[in-house]
Design a protein around this ligand. Sequence first.
Ligand SMILES: C[S@@+](CC[C@H](N)C(=O)[O-])C[C@H]1O[C@@H](n2cnc3c(N)ncnc32)[C@H](O)[C@@H]1O
Length: 476
Amino acid sequence: METEDIRLTQSSIDLPWYPISVPAILAKVAQKNGRRKRPEHDAHQPRDNVRKIVNPFGEEVVQVDGDIPVGLPVNDGNRFLFISYDQSHLTHGLHKYPAKFFPELPRWLIKRYSQENDMILDPFSGSGTTNVEALLLRRNSVGIDVDPFSRFISTVKVTPLAKKELLEAQESLFNAVENYHPALVSELDIPSFPYRDNWFNREIILELAYLKKAIESLDKSKHVKDFFRVCFSSIIRAVSNADDNCTRTVIRKVLKKQVNPSDALRKFVETVLVKVPKMIEFSQNVPQGVTVNFPENMDARNIRCDTGTFDLVLTSPPYVNAVDYPRTHQLELYWLGFADGTLTPLKKKHVGTESVSSQDYRTRHQIGVGAADSVIEKIFEKDPRRAYIAFKYLDDMQKNLSEVYSVLRDGGRYIIVVGNNRIRGQLFESWKYLMVLAENIGFEIENYFGSEIIKHFIKVPRGERINTDWILVLRK
Ligand SMILES: C[S@@+](CC[C@H](N)C(=O)[O-])C[C@H]1O[C@@H](n2cnc3c(N)ncnc32)[C@H](O)[C@@H]1O
């Protein structure tokens, strides 16, 4: 049978859809954009954006609004509340990503601890926030992440594109959307993956397959197509039946989420209208001659670079026992073709993974840091598996610390942003344990201070909150 002959069944073709009016969406998006304004920063003007406040728990915190002054005084144990305005500045907002940096933080640390033309590494680079900021500040950088989806988004975020190409591609995609008909989709256009028809309504599956095909058929470079693939990916969760506001991909019946025919087409147009101007602005601001690489086949525990390659290493590793990244991005991984079945092999590569085997947790393991081992022992009494996950996290981070020690130049800093969490009711203070592991490897602890997590800056019982990310400045 010829590909073109594999048509959908009549019942699929009869599914409803509503014709899309691009001008109507354009008017709506323009109205929204007019309301949202990022405050203009002038890096050269001193601004009075630092003040002391008292949080709802009666604790003193230093609040910084927007860009963080490079010379901000910092003492061990200080706590800061950084208010970010830049989460969708330039390419930063192209795609959601769990536990993403707010751009002002890496921007500040890069300016404070490196020079132009230096070489920077983020060994757990996620959506590439460090690399975007390094690029804009004229520092070369490398981002390592085991997740192909992360490397894909990050590469798009640092790749400038020509305005003309982007606008031509946008126009052909909008034409395609306006000419949508379910009969234009063939079964072969639709990816097959576990529980697909539960995650998505049939109309949405057809619309997504159509959009994907329209992007693949663009007569444009791979870079341009990849940019639109990221736009496509960014609407997938919203048009699925899964909860949009949960890091895990789950369908919550109680939410009674409503996804209507044509939602995928409409949301795609909306997102493109927001993201193309951001990409144009980024491309016009990006400096020339700066390198950014996201190598495949590297791992934060196995960084295959020469000794002393990097001047600064800056990262936020996963929290233990917190985000299951492959599960979070499973729908995007399937639609973009990065996975088609089990996610377990990818999960196993992740630091903090929950994919562990029962042989590993029959006995209790020790990392050799007293405070950590006594918490692991308490967890082990209740849940040997969780105890092993916690131990393995520290063991993996120990490997990462020693790899970074080797690829960092003498006098260079490794800055780690990490939070605490609770495992089986036990407070697991990762940042404290990492400081001991780092010192054992040879790092000097130059500084440590807290960054309050704004969404937790609300009154909840003291013991329950994970309200602070700790920033460790380690020096080789
Ligand atoms: C907290 S996120 C980083 C977010 C990033 N700072 C940003 O702004 O987007 C942690 C990242 O570590 C990655 N990761 C987990 N295990 C890894 C490993 N063994 N090597 C490299 N990256 C890993 C995950 O895929 C995830 O993207």
